[in-house]
Design a protein around this ligand. Structure first.
Ligand SMILES: Nc1ncnc2c1ncn2[C@@H]1O[C@H](COP(=O)(O)OP(=O)(O)OP(=O)(O)O)[C@@H](O)[C@H]1O
Ligand SMILES: [Mg+2]
Length: 345
């Protein structure tokens, strides 16, 4: 197992600062999801760790060994890093076994040993017995599994995934999430996993790192990033919800009494009394006999529940999930069971 440490890491392309002073530890055996909007630097950070890019500033350490700084970089093939990209990069003219065995052949592994290892990893990714199939006879999901198997066979201590499921449909993605979890459990590798899909990130990772414009905004367990986002950007990027303005009236420990839209209620977080922005997640709000007065703007059916958009008396919008869809224009009341005061600095 390997601890990866990025210290004050920066990389620019001309005027664009793709990665901007990122300091982030990936503990040995951790599973970290990198989340953030398109262009925020996720792929660049992976490429720096893999060795396809050199840092302009800062350094990368594996355990306590220097892997890269602006002057010296260990070449990618000597880093013991496995990488699976969105495009599978398989050799179409080779069969499954040949593709998977490729990293072992370059290491002159004995033939029986290769056969055994290939069979083992194909079993892990759910492709037992597929050795002789040609790549162009496989579905997208099966190709993705071959790419995964090829990464696993090399027994890397660090595995980097860049949107590995982006080409797959919803059902295949859900099935693959189980495969990834299994891989993490079996290999104990330090995994960094880039995805656009928050549900996937929250389900898979033990830590979520949120990037924006090359900067690290927060790194925390999934539940903390969702329930206690470090700032408004993280709050807006991870999960649904609304941020309304109000004020902290009194704070004791981790809880505050806040005032917003003409109501007093409890919220987690706080700090000093004064103006505050308050995050309201849909599952903490429900239609009730009393509470905030609000006017229904619209409802959209999203599977088991309707997502209802409402305007508070202040004009601010909130969303909640409801089994029944109230009529647009109706005046209703909303009870609030949980809220988070967004930290100010
Ligand atoms: N080879 C390159 N040359 C010039 N600019 C680049 C290059 N690679 C990335 N960039 C720029 O650096 C920034 C970060 O790009 P990066 O690919 O790391 O983003 P990302 O978070 O992976 O985005 P996405 O989610 O769309 O894949 C972007 O503004 C991008 O346009
Ligand atoms: Mg990318």
């Amino acid at each position: 197992m390997t601890t990866i440490r990025a210290e004050r890491l920066s990389r620019s392309y001309g005027e664009i600062v793709a990665v901007d002073g990122v300091t982030l530890d990936f503990p040995a055996g951790s599973f970290t999801a990198l989340l953030g909007p398109s262009g925020c630097g996720k792929t660049t950070l992976l490429r720096l760790i893999a060795g396809f890019e050199a840092p302009a500033e800062g350094q990368i350490l594996f355990d306590d060994r220097l892997i890269a700084d602006p002057l010296r970089q260990i070449p990618p093939e000597s880093r013991g890093v496995g990488i699976v990209f969105q495009s599978y990069a398989l050799w179409p003219h080779m069969d499954v076994a040949e593709n998977v065995a490729y990293p072992l052949k370059t290491r002159r592994t004995a033939k029986v040993e290769i056969e055994r290892k290939v069979a083992d990893v194909l079993e892990i990714v759910g492709l037992a017995g597929f050795q002789a199939r040609r790549i162009d006879e496989l579905s997208g999901g099966q190709r993705q599994r071959v790419a995964l198997a090829r990464c696993l066979v090399a027994d890397a201590k660090v595995i980097l995934f860049d949107e590995p499921l982006a080409n797959l449909d919803m059902h295949l993605r859900a099935a693959m999430v189980d495969v990834f979890r299994d891989i993490h459990r079996r290999t104990g590798a330090t995994i960094v996993y880039v995805t656009h899909d928050q549900a996937e990130a929250l389900a898979l990772a033990d830590r979520v790192a949120v990037l924006s414009r090359g900067r690290l905004l927060q790194v925390a367990p999934p539940r903390d990033v969702y329930r206690a986002p470090a700032d408004a950007t993280v709050a807006g990027f991870v999960g649904r919800g609304a941020i309304i303005s109000g004020s902290v009236v009194a704070a004791t420990g981790d809880m505050s009494t806040v005032e917003a839209a003409g109501h007093r209620f409890f919220a987690r977080g706080g700090g000093k009394p004064g103006p505050a922005r308050i995050l309201l997640r849909p599952e903490a709000l429900r239609l009730a006999a009393d509470g905030f007065a609000a006017r229904v703007l619209d409802s959209v059916y999203r599977g088991p529940v309707h997502e209802v958009r409402l305007a508070l008396a202040t004009g601010e919008e909130v969303v909640l999930d409801s089994i029944d869809a109230p009529a647009a224009g109706a005046v209703v009341h909303i009870a609030c069971s949980d809220a988070w005061v967004i930290p100010t600095d």
